[in-house]
Ligand binder design. Structure first.
Ligand code: PLP
Length: 236
């Protein structure tokens, strides 16, 4: 796909609309709009679209597919705004992919077990700052879902917080559609961990809410919404 195939104005309009929606949700929740980060989920979408939004001031981008992500990251690395982009890995993590993730990303939102955390810690290059990490929680105990079970969370936190090349920032969830209070339960978990671990001084991120439910997520304490379709349009 080249530049001519992108409806640039439409993309910018969508992005502005999503920003406005986040702003309204924050206002309704009595929060500063800066307290919620908009993560633009750009999986399957071309680097040109990312460049257009980066130009507008969008900083955080989320990717799920490693090979595709690395290509886009290197394409944008040297562009004027590309250097400001903060890259989040939000896909599932295979053991043999941790080195690429540790070398190319600023955040990983999908850590769910110790072996993965340990490898990311060992493989994070010294020249880079610690890798920001969220633990993905399988809040509905679904068999098919990624994430650690809520019951496994205390132990995993105790391990991950000790890894010096990782910075444990919070939790991430993808709730089941039918679960109407997953956001509230996760917020409660997030606050319990915060109270129990005052030493976690960068425990500040609760990643929940996507295109279809960002307003509810923000009402329930989300600090980061991950939005793909509402910004970039439907995926093939
Ligand atoms: C694709 C994806 C999103 C974005 O979903 P939309 O419904 O397109 O906004 C958010 N989070 C994760 C983990 C995803 O894989």
């Amino acid at each position: 796909m080249n530049n001519n195939d992108i409806d640039k104005q439409r993309l910018i309009d969508n992005w502005q609309q999503v920003n406005a929606q986040v702003g309204i949700a924050c206002e309704q929740a009595n929060k500063q709009s800066e307290s919620v980060i908009l993560l633009a989920v750009s999986k399957t979408k071309p680097a040109e679209m990312i460049a257009v939004l980066a130009e507008q001031g969008q900083r955080h981008f989320g990717e799920n597919y490693l090979q595709e992500a690395i290509e886009k990251i290197s394409t944008l690395k040297d562009s004027a705004k590309g250097t400001d982009i903060v890259w989040h890995y939000i896909g599932s993590i295979q053991r043999n992919k941790t080195r690429d993730i540790a070398e190319h990303f600023d955040w990983v939102q999908t850590v769910e077990r110790d072996i993965i955390a340990k490898r990311l810690n060992d493989q994070r290059p010294d020249a880079l700052p610690p890798l920001n990490v969220l633990i993905q929680v399988n809040i509905d105990n679904e068999d098919s879902k990624s994430g650690c079970l809520p019951a496994e969370l205390p132990e995993l936190i105790n391990i991950v917080k000790g890894y010096e090349r990782l910075q444990l920032r919070g939790l991430m969830i993808i709730p089941a559609k039918a679960d109407t209070n997953a956001f509230a339960r996760t917020k409660q978990l997030f606050e319990e961990i915060k109270a129990k671990h005052p030493e976690l001084d960068n425990w500040d991120t609760l990643s929940m809410g996507m295109s279809g439910d960002m307003t509810e997520a923000i009402a329930n304490g989300s600090t980061m919404v991950r939005v793909g379709t509402a910004i970039f349009g439907a995926r093939a």
